[in-house]
Design a binder for this molecule. Structure first.
Ligand SMILES: *[C@@H]1O[C@H](CO)[C@@H](O)[C@H](O)[C@H]1NC(C)=O
Ligand SMILES: *[C@@H]1O[C@H](CO)[C@@H](O)[C@H](O)[C@H]1NC(C)=O
Length: 217
C-alpha cells in the first residue's frame, strides 16, 4: 500500500522527482480500486452487500414476457421423428434435442422441454434394468427415464435458447392462455417448413406451435 503515504494534493510537476513513478503509482492505485469494486460485485467477495441482495446477483431469474411465443415438440424429445414410442440411444436423443433447440432459436420461440428423457436400457445394461424380458416398451420407458433438469442445466441453456419444462407452472399458464385464444393460440403443424413457420403470419403470430408428429408418421 505504497499509495496511501502519497499526498493527494497535486504538486507542480517540476517538484516531483520522478513523474513516471507517480504515473505508475496512480495507475496501480486505479487498478487496485477497480479490482476492489469488481470483486465487491461478485458473490465470492462480498464485503458490504447483504445476503439478500446476493441471491438475485447469483441467479437472475429469467423474465417471461407477454410477447414470448412457444414451440412444443411433444412430451418426448424424439417425437417429431419416428420414435415416439421407442426409446432411442442417448446420441440420437441428443441430436433431436439439438434440432429442437435450433428450431426454437430460428423461430425466436421459447422451447417447451420435455421434463423427462428416457434412457435406453440397451445402453445401460449394468445399471437401471434387471432381467425383465416380458415388460413392454412403455414400462421399460417409465422404468428408465431421467428428469431433464438432472441431465441438463436449464438456466445455462436458457441463456442461448429460452426453455421451460413441460411440468412447470409457466407451461400450464401457456396452455390455459392458448386455450382461451383458441385458433390464434395454438396449432398443431405437420409437414410445414420452418421458414413458413417463421414468415407466414398465420403461424408466426400463434402463441404456441405444436410440432408433435403423429406416431404413425
Ligand atoms: C424475439 O422475441 C422476443 C420476445 O420473446 C422479442 O422481444 C424480440 O424482438 C424477438 N426478436 C426477433 C429478432 O424477432
Ligand atoms: C399437440 O398435438 C398432438 C397431436 O395432435 C396432441 O396429441 C397434443 O395434445 C397437442 N398438444 C398441445 C399442447 O397442443
Amino acid at each position: 500500500m505504497a499509495t496511501i503515504n502519497k499526498p493527494l494534493k497535486p504538486k507542480p510537476l517540476s517538484k516531483l522527482r520522478s513523474p513516471i513513478l507517480t504515473l505508475i503509482l496512480c495507475i496501480s492505485a486505479i487498478a487496485l480500486l477497480y479490482l476492489f469494486f469488481s470483486l465487491n460485485s461478485t458473490d465470492g467477495f462480498s464485503f458490504s452487500s447483504p445476503k439478500s441482495t446476493r441471491n438475485s446477483v447469483d441467479k437472475p431469474k429469467r423474465q417471461h414476457t407477454i410477447h414470448e411465443k412457444y414451440l412444443y415438440w411433444g412430451n418426448r424429445i424424439d417425437c417429431p421423428g419416428k420414435h415416439c414410442d421407442s426409446c432411442e440411444g442417448l446420441g440420437h436423443q441428443e441430436s433431436s434435442l439439438r434440432c429442437a433447440l435450433e428450431e426454437a432459436m430460428f423461430l425466436n420461440r421459447t422451447f417447451v422441454m420435455p421434463s423427462r428423457m428416457c434412457i435406453n436400457p440397451i445402453h445401460n445394461k449394468k445399471g437401471i434394468l434387471h432381467h425383465s424380458d416380458n415388460s413392454n416398451s412403455e414400462e421399460r420407458w417409465a422404468e428408465s427415464s431421467c428428469s431433464m433438469d438432472s441431465l441438463y442445466d436449464m438456466d445455462l441453456i436458457s441463456e442461448t435458447v429460452p426453455v421451460i419444462l413441460d411440468n412447470s407452472k409457466d407451461w400450464y399458464q401457456v396452455l390455459s392462455t392458448s386455450m382461451k385464444l383458441g385458433a390464434r393460440g395454438v396449432a398443431h403443424v405437420e409437414g410445414i417448413s420452418r421458414v413458413d413457420l417463421k414468415e407466414n403470419s398465420h403461424y408466426s403470430n400463434l402463441l404456441l406451435i405444436n410440432r408433435t408428429a403423429s406416431p404413425l408418421s
